[in-house]
Design a protein around this ligand. Structure first.
Ligand SMILES: [Zn+2]
Ligand SMILES: [Zn+2]
Length: 72
């Protein structure tokens, strides 16, 4: 892998290199701007999703957004 192209920068902070894409909006973000979330299918499979600040609390994009709140 050559890195002669300019590294793609995070869409949120525009400072850090892109780590991966947000599962909600599909934009590219750095590791510190993403929230890692464990999702499970309910039948034993667990996988990791990454959501940006905007999408992590959006129930339409993140099916587990409601589960993030511990306070009631
Ligand atoms: Zn960032
Ligand atoms: Zn997003």
């Amino acid at each position: 892998m050559k890195e002669d192209k300019e590294a793609q920068l995070c869409k949120a902070c525009k400072k850090n290199k892109v780590f991966t894409t947000c599962s909600g909006c599909g934009n590219c973000f750095c590791e510190s701007c993403l929230h890692m979330q464990m999702d499970s299918s309910g039948c034993g499979s667990v996988w990791v999703s990454y959501y940006c600040d905007e999408c992590v609390d959006d129930e339409k994009l993140n099916p587990n957004a409601a589960m993030r709140t511990n306070s009631d």
